[in-house]
Write a protein that binds this ligand. Structure first.
Ligand code: NAP
Length: 245
């Protein structure tokens, strides 16, 4: 068990990649709390995994953009102990830039970048005092290579990568590691919404010729969160079937 008795907090853990991360952490022996705006349709499924592993699972209802609410939740989370934070909550609001309203731009930046900043700030204060911890930020290949119709999303994910590297430099001497994962196209609600012709054109750009599974990203999180990656910080691990090389 790579995360035995570690305390893990995951944002956006209710479905998709986040649900796979919560499940994998429970299977690896971690006590997990997760945050989402709505109740997860998979909560009882995750609870069964927690029970089988003899660990605890806790859900916090909250929004990463609600600074006051997040500060309170992080107080409660850190009071129980905290070793790993996964900033996974994310949204997209696609559109070409010349048609994009400022609110459409801002919503994505608020959730994907500012939300991760607020959670990481509260977590790193605690981890620095503790002199240990790992933060994993969920970026995207879109933050590395761009994508037409996703200027807001690409900017938020490229921003998250810069944030990861700067925070890694701030915290490295204090025993806290900060890394990012850049998933390619993964089968979740986020990619399910895409039209079939778009999915086909995406698949054609993937050397391994298939979309990834949420578990492929969860495996990368387990690695970066565990002591297996004890000498790794400030990195972006691309998990994308070979899209970006
Ligand atoms: P998803 O299926 O749409 O799930 C998004 C998760 O984030 C849900 O748990 C959702 O909970 C939560 N969330 C959204 N807004 C939130 C907010 N303001 N506060 C708290 N929680 C919030 O997405 P996904 O595909 O699993 O993606 C997860 C992460 O991976 C995102 O950061 C995404 O950008 C990134 N990513 C995904 C792909 C992909 O191909 N799927 C590729 C690259 C990167 P509620 O439903 O309760 O709001």
């Amino acid at each position: 068990m790579l995360l035995k008795d570690k305390k893990v907090f995951v944002t956006g853990g209710s479905r998709g990649i986040g649900k796979a991360i919560v499940t994998a952490c429970l299977e690896q022996g971690a006590h997990v709390s997760y945050l989402s705006t709505k109740e997860s349709p998979f909560h009882s499924e995750m609870e069964a995994v927690a029970k089988a592993s003899g660990v605890t699972l806790k859900w916090f209802q909250g929004n990463v953009t609600d600074e006051e609410g997040i500060v309170k939740i992080m107080e409660e989370v850190t009071a129980d102990g905290l070793d790993v934070v996964v900033n996974n909550a994310g949204i997209e609001r696609d559109g070409l830039v010349f048609r994009m309203g400022t609110d459409q731009w801002q919503q994505v930046l608020d959730v994907n970048l500012t939300g991760a900043f607020i959670v990481a700030r509260e977590a790193s204060r605690f981890m620095i005092r503790q002199r240990s911890g790992a933060i994993v930020n969920m970026a995207s290949v879109i933050g590395l290579m761009g994508n037409a119709g996703q200027t807001n999303y690409a900017a938020s994910k490229a921003g998250l990568i810069g944030f990861t590297k700067a925070l890694a430099k701030e915290t490295a001497k204090r025993g806290v590691r900060v890394n990012a994962i850049a998933p390619g196209f993964i089968k979740t609600d986020m990619t399910d919404k895409l039209k079939d012709d778009i999915k086909e054109s995406i698949q054609a750009q993937i050397p391994m010729n298939s979309l990834g599974e949420p578990e492929d990203i969860a495996n990368a999180v387990i690695y970066l969160a565990s002591d297996m990656a004890r000498y790794v910080t400030g990195q972006v691990l691309t998990v994308d079937g070979g899209m970006v090389m």
